[in-house]
Design a protein around this ligand. Sequence first.
Ligand SMILES: [Zn+2]
Length: 575
Amino acid sequence: MTLPKLASRRASRTEIAATGWMSDSRQFWSARAGIVDGVSQNSTITGGVAAPDRNGLGGIRVPAPLASTDDEGRYQAAVSKDPRFDGVFFIAVTSTGIYCRPSCPAITPKRANMRFYRSAAAAQEAGFRACKRCRPDASPGSPEWNIRADVVGRAMRLIADGVVDRDGVEGLARRLGYEQRQVRRLVTAELGAGPLAIARAQRAQTARILTETTALPLSEIAFAAGFASIRQFNATIREVFAVTPTELREARGRVQRTRRLLPPLSADTAAPGLIRLRLAYRAPMDGERMLGYLGARAIPGVEEVREGRYRRTIMLPNGPGILSLAPAAGYVDCELQLEDLRDLTAAVQRCRRLLDLDADPEAVTGYLSVCESDPVLGPLALANPGRRSPGHVDGSELALRAVLGQQVSVAAARRLGARLVAAYGKPLSRPDGPLTHCFPAAETLAAADPAALPMPRSRALALTGLASALASGELVLDPGAERDRAEATLLALPGIGPWTASYIRMRALSDPDAFLPSDVGVLDALARLGAVPAGTGPAARGRAARAAAALAENWRPWRSYAVHHLWASLEEKDR
Ligand SMILES: [Zn+2]
């Protein structure tokens, strides 16, 4: 197929220059053969295409890059050097033995010499080395893995979170409820490499980041990146980047001097556990609204937004940490203070989910703005093409906070959160200014006396009931959670209604297609736009909610983005 719009786009140099971390190994796009077969393709490239049910996407529309997943489409993408395809697939060149991102400025496409891979790991396994110029391993993740609800999508989210490094393929399979060999077969069939190879590619990337951005000894980096031995670390780095770890570190200084790709190594960087890196994303990004949204909800003691940065405490698999994020042109500046460096992979992944950095906003905006029969969202989407749907760094925390926010204002929920943190939060051993505690663990709140909680009894029982389900493992809200199952479990708990369940789905599980038809903000925004009847009584609200739900059918599979467009329209009016 042709890519008229994309071919005319200029590759964004800033994106290429941003040596984002990246990736998670969610840089893989499955170009599964057949995924575009028999599909009625939308001729406007930004529109997305309807996918048949059998591909596991449930018949939803999927983002435009999918439309290019035959080799001819990929070749066209390479010619256009469009950075949107970075992370979606990889190009290897047989004459040089190097693999690149599609936007690499160094590739002069000779069709006969090009091979296409769906993962960096597959290119590595085929013997290709990562291009030093475009850093294909630092691409943003493929948006596919946040969209897909099937087992491969769940597996990719878990691998990105470091599950294979911590618990092996066995732990991954257990988490998915499948046999190991089934997981291996399914992942390999789509990505051209198995879970171990994908995790290994991710470790190599983590090791490179640490080598280039910290003053840590290489021996410590090997273990922080998840390698079992120094020998394995040396061998992998040599294989993937064609240099030794020492050469990688020496090369860093030269790269920085000549191209200013990397953040400066400040004296602080030598502090134990402090890591500074750049997170790549697909432009555009409305960082200001993201910070405003997070800032309005920031719980004192745990979070703050100040001078263009969002900072917060976080509990990771091996210990606590503090993250600090500042959206910039072409990348997000990210500082991580980790008690245990083995948590780096998970910490980066959680930052990415929080800020929705793997999204393809052009596909979302394109889709929402071409719904011509729907003049409601089109203007909002076109006016705010960088809108994101914020996720969260900790699914359990988000869920507990959703209960705190039931039927109270955002400001009241924030005050309530602060009281809960002061009473039940885990104090940091090294507080950092206003950041003093981690949000209370589900186990702690499960054991709390509902009568002692500063809220009405029914809500206190909802909170402790939810905390118990999370603590016992009955309810799991991690990146690998099955969304439908988690929602069903939530709705069966006392005091959890459809609004709370959908909000948790949207933010804790990063579902791009959750909708909140009864939400006060959504209804107010739609009423102001004249799209649903206004009115305050329960009957009027009910009618409006039904009208909103019907309208939102047009916005699938991007209803979470629609919710944020609507909320943001109120924020702008309130200013
Ligand atoms: Zn390259």
